[in-house]
Design a protein around this ligand. Structure first.
Ligand code: ZN
Ligand code: ZN
Length: 284
């Protein structure tokens, strides 16, 4: 992939983040585009909503990222801005599997261009449970990779009346847990999902940044504008036994948001047929 003839090459990029996510994003952009990364000191993204629930998130993740880009661009007079937005919960297609859903949005105000990527990863230690004893606290902490990953304790799930964040070592954890045990019959322990306190999440953001860099370097064959991306995934890969269409991907349709040029790519998973076990006719 060629990065040096990109419209993004060697430009200043402002990363609108307050949780040190630039540590996951900046190296990727510096390496590929020789970007000059700017991270504003006092940019408070918490006012757009927090994971820990003190400020409720009211926008969709993409809209929230858009808002962050717009505010940062205005505040710091920046022409090229990246914002990110993460959410955690059950995987959208794999049931009962927790997932980290990261969105990165690049907005180029000079070229009136927006490039968004989404990285959904099942590599996450997103977790929380009600506990009563020091033993349960220790078990939870070990399971989520404490102290590399930090922990939050609170009175009850989604209860912000009494919450302790940034717990980073065993002594602190056990002392805080004891304080909660003395005051309440039970309390809630959870993984701190804020990027700077969660290396697993940081690595998912790095994956998203690599995806973003790839799209930034891509060009529409029609108008050469970057961000030539899949607009539609069409199912219907034929069954190898009966040829009936299955739910597996037959083709991807790339669409340019600028000029509407589109390109179909058949068999994107390098498979021309699907196994009969995934066929509704052969394996109902
Ligand atoms: Zn185009
Ligand atoms: Zn079949």
């Amino acid at each position: 992939m060629n990065f040096s003839d990109s419209i993004f090459f060697q430009r200043d990029i402002l990363i609108a983040t307050s949780h040190k996510k630039e540590a996951a994003i900046a190296p990727v952009l510096r390496e590929r585009f020789q970007s000059k990364i700017i991270v504003p000191g006092g940019f408070n993204t918490d006012r757009f909503g927090t994971f820990t629930g003190e400020i409720e998130r009211i926008h969709s993740p993409l809209d929230a990222a858009r808002k962050k880009c717009a505010v940062a661009s205005k505040t710091y007079n920046a022409g090229l801005v990246i914002a990110s937005e993460g959410s955690f919960g059950p995987h959208p297609t794999l049931f009962f599997v927790p997932a980290d859903d990261e969105i990165l949005l690049l907005t180029d105000y000079e070229n009136d261009l927006e490039i968004a990527v989404r990285e959904i990863s099942t590599q996450t230690n997103f977790s929380g449970k009600e506990v009563k004893t020091a033993e349960e606290v220790k078990d939870f902490a070990q399971a989520i990779g404490f102290p590399d990953h930090k922990i939050i304790l609170r009175k009850a799930e989604r209860d912000n009346a009494h919450i302790v964040k940034d717990i980073a070592n065993w002594e602190e954890l056990l002392m805080t847990a004891e304080m909660f045990m003395n005051r309440y019959d039970s309390f809630f322990i959870e993984t701190d999902m804020r990027a700077m306190n969660n290396p697993t999440r940081m690595s998912v953001i790095t994956q998203a940044a690599k995806k973003l860099a790839g799209l930034m370097a891509s060009k529409c064959p029609g108008c050469q504008v970057p961000g030539f991306d899949v607009g539609e995934v069409v199912p219907g890969l034929p069954c190898s036994l009966c040829s009936a269409p299955t739910k597996s991907t037959l083709k991807k349709v790339y669409v340019c948001k600028k000029c509407n040029y589109s390109k179909e790519v058949y068999y994107p998973n390098k498979k021309r047929h699907e196994e009969p076990m995934f066929c509704d006719w052969c394996n109902p």
